[in-house]
Write a protein that binds this ligand. Structure first.
Ligand code: PLP
Length: 425
């Protein structure tokens, strides 16, 4: 296993981290696998796998029954809500569990659509994943007008002046991403929320891409909604939605009659994926333990999670600097997004590139043969690939670092890309 141990206080214990993830020890064609596919879904620690299988072994039941396994299921789901509340900095009854971010966003956009009148406006951005665009565009059929916020092409950041202009007294919802899943840009979410509220609009934040990389505090952001997907931050394939209690109570979900009107259950329909929900607490506990390794004095689970993110960010920033510097030295390579190391606090370690003479699919395939997992295409950030006119040419090659990656893995990616480019010259 390739590891780099960092000993300083508050730093990531990478040997411990990698030991938590059994899948990282896989090989491909005789080479250790390098997981640079985190933005599509991260690997999971053993404890998540154990929690899922233990639930199926011991507690498998439907909810609200008058017997042991059903009661344990109820307690387990309540525990998962508390865990996510600690992760996001809110109360457990403000957490809605669901299939994934996309379905939760559609459910909420439909409910908000019931309040809209012709002429009401919704502000979206070109930087967003389609899951934070299409559910809102669907409200055009109810007479809503969509306003798209521009980007600065040179560094793929949001044009905040355009955003300020487009949010008006007609705006009912501003839906924006916390970070771009294609080019890594971190938006000034607090400012976006402030601008929305100044005009009486609600702010809906897609934190799917940001969640594995940085701490989230929904109270400090003051956002009305925030969505993320646990499979992007070391958990099972599920989505979670935070909603301010007042909105979860006031808005009318489409739901079956037998579903109670209690918050948050009125937003959770049918039988949920209990075994995966069991994995949620384990994944938050993993992050908390990571934080306790970095800072054993962390007094609460939330404090430990925040310590984890501090260690994660320090580690990822180091890898990102080496990766970006190495990529920029490759001839004919174009790197999209923020390139200036002084501004790296405004980007995630998710890097989109194109290399002249190679399609992104060809690069991803050749890297894949060497055991290096990257993505090609648009990853549903379709508005961005269209806006940058790369959609017709296969989108980007996306290299996504996570905290379990190592300096050796960065070097392997760079060496492999250099070889692939040189072999065609
Ligand atoms: C930024 C972003 N938003 C939304 C989604 C959709 O999430 P889900 O698969 O949970 O619906 C993704 C998935 O890749 C994403 O990266």
């Amino acid at each position: 296993m390739h590891t780099t141990q960092i000993e300083t206080t508050g730093a990531l214990d990478l040997t411990w981290v990698r030991g938590q993830f059994p899948s990282l020890s896989q090989t491909v064609n005789g080479q250790p696998a390098v997981f640079l596919d985190g933005p599509g879904g991260t690997q999971v620690p053993q404890r998540v796998i154990d929690a899922i299988s233990n639930y199926l072994k011991h507690d498998n039941a439907n909810t609200a029954g008058a017997y042991a396994t059903s009661r344990r299921t109820d307690a387990m789901i309540a525990g998962a809500r508390f865990a996510i509340a600690d992760l996001l900095g809110c109360d457990a009854d403000e957490i809605v569990l669901g299939l994934n971010m996309t379905s939760l966003t559609y459910a909420m956009s439909r409910a908000i659509g019931r309040e809209l009148r012709a002429g009401d406006e919704i502000v979206l951005t070109h930087l967003d994943h389609d899951a934070n665009i299409s559910p809102w565009r669907a409200l055009e059929e109810r007479g809503a007008t969509i306003r798209m916020v521009e980007i600065h092409e040179e560094d793929c950041t949001l044009d905040m002046d355009d955003l300020t202009r487009k949010i008006t007294s007609k705006t009912k919802v501003v839906a924006a991403g916390y970070a771009s899943n294609a080019v890594g840009t971190i938006n000034d979410v607090r400012e976006i929320v402030r601008l929305a509220h100044r005009n009486g609009a609600m702010a809906f934040i897609d934190a799917v891409h940001y969640a594995p990389h940085g701490p989230i505090d929904v109270r400090a952001l003051d956002c009305d909604f925030l969505v993320c997907s646990t499979y992007k931050f070391f958990g099972p394939h599920l989505g979670v939605l935070y909603g301010k209690r007042e909105h979860l109570r006031r808005l009318e979900p489409y739901k079956v009659r037998a579903n109670t009107n209690a918050v948050p259950n009125r937003w959770e329909w049918g039988t949920l994926n209990h075994e995966c929900i069991a994995g949620i607490t384990a994944c938050v506990e993993y992050l908390a333990d990571l934080g306790r390794h970095a800072n054993p004095a962390a007094p609460t689970r939330r404090a430990a999670v925040l310590a984890a993110y501090e260690a994660i960010q320090k580690h990822e920033h180091g890898l990102m600097e080496t990766m970006i510097q190495g990529l920029l030295a490759i001839p004919e390579l174009k790197l999209y997004g923020i390139r200036d190391p002084k501004r790296f606090d405004r980007r995630c370690p998710t890097i989109a590139v194109r290399i002249d003479g190679h399609t992104p699919l060809e690069l991803a395939t050749k890297l894949g043969e060497r055991g290096i997992f990257t993505w090609d295409g648009n990853y549903y950030a379709l508005n961005l690939t269209e806006r940058l006119d790369v959609e017709k040419d296969g989108g980007f090659l996306r290299i996504g670092l996570a905290h379990y990656n190592t300096a050796e893995e960065v070097e392997r990616l760079l060496t492999a890309l250099r070889e692939i480019v040189a072999s065609k010259q």
